[in-house]
Design a protein around this ligand. Structure first.
Ligand SMILES: [Zn+2]
Length: 139
């Protein structure tokens, strides 16, 4: 559990993304899906980027994916993350096909590999906020 005294920047809890953050707090990963063409959509939007339908729903994702790309952060852009450095910033492609920017945790940064299977890890950074991160699958 993180130290709550750190001045962590917070995600903006705008109306569109409230279901995502509420699910994260329950330790569930939900992603938008288009009711018309069934495509998974991430980042959250008002309209399907494939068929332009506005009938989107939030659906539970498998929580499984693979590392699409990553980098190791030694000098964070925000001082609140200095204690965590070095850490792995990554783009993970979920089994559903969408990609999300995240961190890889539970493994030293120099052992992370592209295409490595990962699964969701929920990081309760404050009592109000849980961030979606990923760890090596099966750990
Ligand atoms: Zn669609």
């Amino acid at each position: 559990m993180a130290d709550y005294k750190k001045p962590l920047p917070r995600p903006e809890n705008i109306e569109l993304t409230k279901p995502f953050w509420a699910a994260a707090k329950r330790h569930e990963l939900v992603v938008q899906r288009c009711k018309h063409c069934s495509n998974w959509i991430f980042y959250p939007r008002e309209q399907c980027p494939i068929c332009f339908s506005q009938e989107l729903e939030w659906a539970k994702a498998s929580g499984r994916g693979r590392v699409h790309a990553y980098t190791v952060v030694y000098q964070p852009a925000h001082p609140a993350f200095q204690d965590e450095a070095p850490y792995t910033f990554a783009v993970v492609q979920l089994d559903e096909g969408v990609r999300m920017a995240t961190n890889i945790v539970g493994i030293p940064p120099d052992q992370v590999k592209v295409d490595m299977p990962v699964e969701v890890a929920f990081d309760d950074v404050t009592p109000e906020w849980t961030l979606i991160k990923f760890k090596p699958a099966g750990t």
